[in-house]
Each structure stands twice: as C-alpha cells, then as structure tokens.
Design a binder for this molecule. Structure first.
Ligand SMILES: Cc1ncc(COP(=O)(O)O)c(C=O)c1O
Length: 434
C-alpha cells in the first residue's frame, strides 16, 4: 500500500510529536470545492479544511489564477526591501476591515509569528514583560506563544520570555464557574481578571491576549460581551488588548467578520493567519498605528507578505467578500448546530454542542454523561472517515470534535455532513452504553 510505505517513511524522518489523524492516516492528493481525494482514490467531504485554513475551499479558480499570474511573472520573491503591490493592497483592505483606528499591518508566515509580533509590540510599547492570557488558550509553538498557551497538551516547554498570568473566561463547561448564568459568568471572569491584575502582577501589565472563541481548546464560546466587560478592567490599568483571530477571523463565526466583534470592543491589535491565504503561508498583525510603529530598531520577515502569498490572499479575501461567505457561514452554521443539538438529545455520548457560524464543537463524554471521553471522540473521527467525512479534534481532554468546513459550503453538503455525523454518532453512542 502506498500510504503504508509513506507512513513508515514519515515516522522515520519526522518528529514523533507531529501527530497524524486516523488509525490509517491518509494522503490527500487532490481537491475540488469542499471535497478531497486520497491516494487510494477515496473521496471525502472536508469539514476541517486543513485546520480552518482552506476557508474558501479547493481548486478555486480566482485564487489559483492570481498565484499563477505571479508565478508567470518569473518573480516568486523580492523581499520587503522592495515595494510589493499586492502586499500594500492587502494591507489596505485588512486595515479598513479591522475597524482599528489608523491601523497598520505587518505580514508574517504563520499565526505563531503573528502572535510573537503582537507580543513584541505590546511589551515594547508598554515597556513590560507581563502578559495576561486565558486558561486553555492556544497561541502558537514558539517560546513566547507557547508561554501564553494555557493548555497543557500544547505546552511542550515551560520556558518563556514573557511573564504570564492566566485568567478565566476560556473553557467554561468544566471550570469553577460552569453552573453560573451568562451574566454571573461574565461578572465572575471580570472579578477574576481584576483580582489577578491586582494580586499576581506588578500592575504595569503589557497586554491581555485572547481567542474570541478558543480553537485548539475545543471551540469554547464565551457569552457575548464578555471581552467588552473585561476590557473595562484593562482600560483602568492601560493594559492593551489583543484579539487572536487566527481561527475566528474572516467571517467564520457568521454573525461577525471578526470574532471579537461579538463583544462590542475594538482591540488594540488583532492577529490573523489560517483562512486568509486559503492554504498559502500568510499571517499577520493589524494594530493601531502608534502601537505598530513603536519599535525603535529594524525588524523584518524575509518571506512575510511575499508576492505569491499576498497575491493569493488578496484573491481569497476578495472572493470571500464578493460572495458574502460570512452570511453563508451564519446560515449553514445554524443548520449544523441545530441539527447536531437534535441528535444530541438522543445521544448521551454528546455532552455539549456549541459554536458559532461554521465553527462547531461536539464535546464527547463517557457513560456517566460527564467524564470527558477522548476514546469516543477518536471513534467518531474514524466512523465519520469511513462514511466519507473529515472532521477535526481538540479540547483540553482531546474529546471535542471540531467542525470547520470551507465557508463556501452548500446546503446539500451541510445536510450530507449532518447525515454522516448522525449515523456515526449513533454507532459511537451505542458503544458508549455497552
Ligand atoms: C488561535 C491560534 N493562534 C495561533 C495559532 C498558531 O498558528 P500557526 O500554526 O500558523 O503558527 C493557531 C494554530 O492553530 C491558533 O489556532
């Protein structure tokens, strides 16, 4: 089998900690719309989109043409020492979309680098190495971003260049405020934030960084307005607020273009990556101009915002806006969530269905209806695959199935995915009771 050979070669030369999905990992060799085909010729409907990254889908002519045009020019790279037209155009568009006053944009190659940059800006601006982050957060894999990652499964090192205090407001279902009403929960998180700032920090904290909906942490949705209420505390201390929109940006949450807009607050900076390039390596920070310009030394990303990635990303962003994919995410996302909630009534193996737009989490639990069940999540991953659907996994206990299809999803595909999920859940639910 070609996959088996590739799997052994993968294991021989790639790190052991680079996890692969499935008991029989697959190699995706082609894609079209929301479907991919593996090297054995099996086709799948893709509800994880390369971890929310193929936001528009596969084989999108407008994006491929833009990349091809740049390739055909003979120039793959120039460096940021020279003007890059698509980079400027893309920055103008993102700056305008951000809602941040006088916003400026710096492009990177990944979400990790975007967050590293945001931390650099905030710590230099405030001349402080103190940062607030949320428990169960994920912000990347470099030292500072790992330092602000509050999820044990993704904290490969405790070494950190920043001094971090963790606040509540992330994973609500199993936290100490789990049984509170929304307003009580928000009040408790605001109290906790005030207490942390006053008790554990030196006061002059640089920033708080937060994912509007935790991604890797299991698609945890806080009550609308929570970050707005927390920002009032930050403002009392002059603490900057950074929204990590790596997963929640570009209309994925349906009701808003940026996830943080559900909280009635304009952050000082936002970081982005994943969906922007529809698979091309691009990330970045959009920040208040004075914050972006606060560095007194040179700084450069050789590949950040290069001609290929910005040409493709500009085409992807235009496509997203021209086709109002945010509205599509809102409409189909609620169909998906409502459908899954109906299934969950009959299926005790589902402990929670949550999400916004096309960012939907299914928390799997054991026979007691409460204990996290990573085994049930792993089984559901296999059952959906065998029926032709790719889904993702995450959560603190690796027991949350994550659904995040391309935003171009159709109604028929939503129903098809839902039918596969329903059948698969029924199987796993039976096993769970046995
Ligand atoms: C919210 C969030 N921030 C940052 C990152 C890091 O992005 P990258 O893997 O592109 O470095 C991720 C990746 O999953 C993420 O989900």
């Amino acid at each position: 089998m070609p996959e088996d050979d590739l799997l052994n070669r993968h294991r021989a030369v790639l790190p052991s900690w680079l996890a692969l999905y499935y008991s029989e990992p697959i190699e995706i060799i082609s894609g079209d719309g929301r479907r991919v085909t593996d090297s054995r010729g099996r086709t799948y409907l893709d509800f994880f989109a390369g971890i929310l990254t193929n936001a528009i889908g596969y084989d999108i002519a407008e994006i491929s043409d833009a990349v091809r045009e740049q390739v055909d020019s003979g120039v793959l790279h120039t460096s940021t020492l020279y003007l890059i037209r698509k980079q400027v155009e893309l920055a103008e568009k993102i700056s305008e979309l951000s809602g941040i006053p006088d916003a400026k944009v710096f492009f990177t190659n990944s979400g990790t680098e975007a967050n590293e940059t945001a931390l650099l800006l905030a710590t230099q601006y405030r001349r402080s190495d103190q940062v607030l982050a949320l428990r169960n957060s994920y912000h990347g894999r470099a030292f500072a971003t790992m330092g602000i990652t509050g999820n044990r499964g993704w904290s490969a090192s405790s070494l950190s260049p920043v001094k971090v205090s963790y606040v509540h407001g992330g994973y609500r279902m199993r936290g100490p405020f789990a049984n509170f009403s929304d307003s009580e929960y928000v009040a408790a998180c605001v109290d906790d934030l005030r207490d942390i700032v006053e008790v554990t920090t030196a006061g002059d904290v640089a920033c708080m960084i937060a994912e509007p909906i935790q991604g890797v942490g299991g698609f945890n949705v806080p009550p609308d307005g929570m970050f707005g209420a927390m920002k009032e505390v930050l403002d009392e201390h002059g603490i900057l607020f950074i929204a990590d929109e790596v997963q929640t940006g570009w209309g994925r949450t349906g009701e808003h273009f940026w996830g943080i807009q559900a909280h009635g607050v304009v952050p000082d900076a936002m970081t982005f990556a994943k969906g922007l390039g529809n698979g091309l390596a691009i990330g970045g920070v959009v920040a208040r101009g004075d914050l972006m310009d606060c560095l007194k030394a040179n700084s450069i990303s050789t590949f950040g915002g290069n001609p290929i990635s910005t040409a493709g990303a500009k085409a992807a962003l235009d496509y997203l806006l021209d086709n109002d994919l945010q509205a599509n995410a809102a409409k189909l996302g609620s169909q998906l969530i409502n459908g899954l909630r109906d299934v969950s009534v009959e299926s005790p193996v589902i402990g929670d269905v949550r999400g916004k737009g096309l960012m939907v989490g299914i928390e799997m639990v054991g026979p007691d209806g409460r204990t996290p069940s990573p085994a049930a999540a792993a089984r559901l991953l296999e059952e959906t695959k065998s029926r032709g659907l790719l889904v993702g996994k995450g959560g603190l206990y690796n027991n949350v199935i994550r659904l995040a299809p391309p935003l171009t999803l159709t109604e028929e595909e939503t129903q098809e995915g839902l039918a596969i999920l329903t059948e698969s859940i029924t199987v796993v639910d039976k096993e769970n009771k046995a």
